[in-house]
Write a new protein. Sequence first.
Length: 295
Amino acid sequence: MTAPPAPDARIHDIGYRRYEGERLGAMYARCSLFVHSLRGAYGLGRSARSKMLPIGLFVIMCAPAVVMVAVVMTTGRDELPIEYTAYGVFMQPIFGLYLALAAPQMVSLDLRYKTIPLYFSRPIERGDYVIAKFASLTASLFLFVGIPLLISYVGSLLAKLDFADQTTAFARGLVATAVFAVLHAAIGLLIASMTPRRGFGVAAIISVLTIPYFAVISLMVVADEQGSPDAVGWIGLFSPGSLLEGFQAKFLGGELEFPGDQMLTNAAGAAYVVVIAAIIALCYFLLTRRYRKAG
């Protein structure tokens, strides 16, 4: 019996041109993903319709800062109506809407259109994807609050308010904004990564930010009316919004708007820091685990 002929294992040159350009590597890919995601958070590089909501919310976010500067210049006040550290807390409804818009834009659409495997092909790995998305959402949220603070700061200097006081307060406001952005980016990105449906992500983020906050405020009012002012501060641990308000009041010299107007104790202040750090770490850990399976 004659043995079958061996398969032809020769490699034929069919005319494809080899890539001979510079290979920029993984760092360039990470930076590109970061910039692309940051631009997408504000609708840049997309259609005019996609720009309307993020840019519109940003304009609304800046409006109180412009009004405050105008009030100080015309009335001769010696301080801004809203402190730098409290600006993000004061504008939480607008901030929450922007977060609910930006987080699903960054990750939900990748899941829906199944582009995750393209990102995870070399040189970007799963951890690189998570870091780039987390950093870009944090940066977009920081700019969303930080630019109105900058407007307020420049306006206060033009109104000839005390330079040293305004600079110190502005620096504290940037610290509060950084913590504000990191915490909300961790929460928003984790929620958005759980569904490929952008609408579901938007609704879930708004629910997580609003329902616990109003529940916490209600419990605070009850505790204060029943003569338990010390419990008010501890109740604030159960909502992202109240967490940030207590943090900026305790450690950055801001005002505390909790019922009873009682400042947090040292123990409660330490608990706020621990809970904020724990939420950020837990959300990031769960996010990395989520993308071990995604794609």
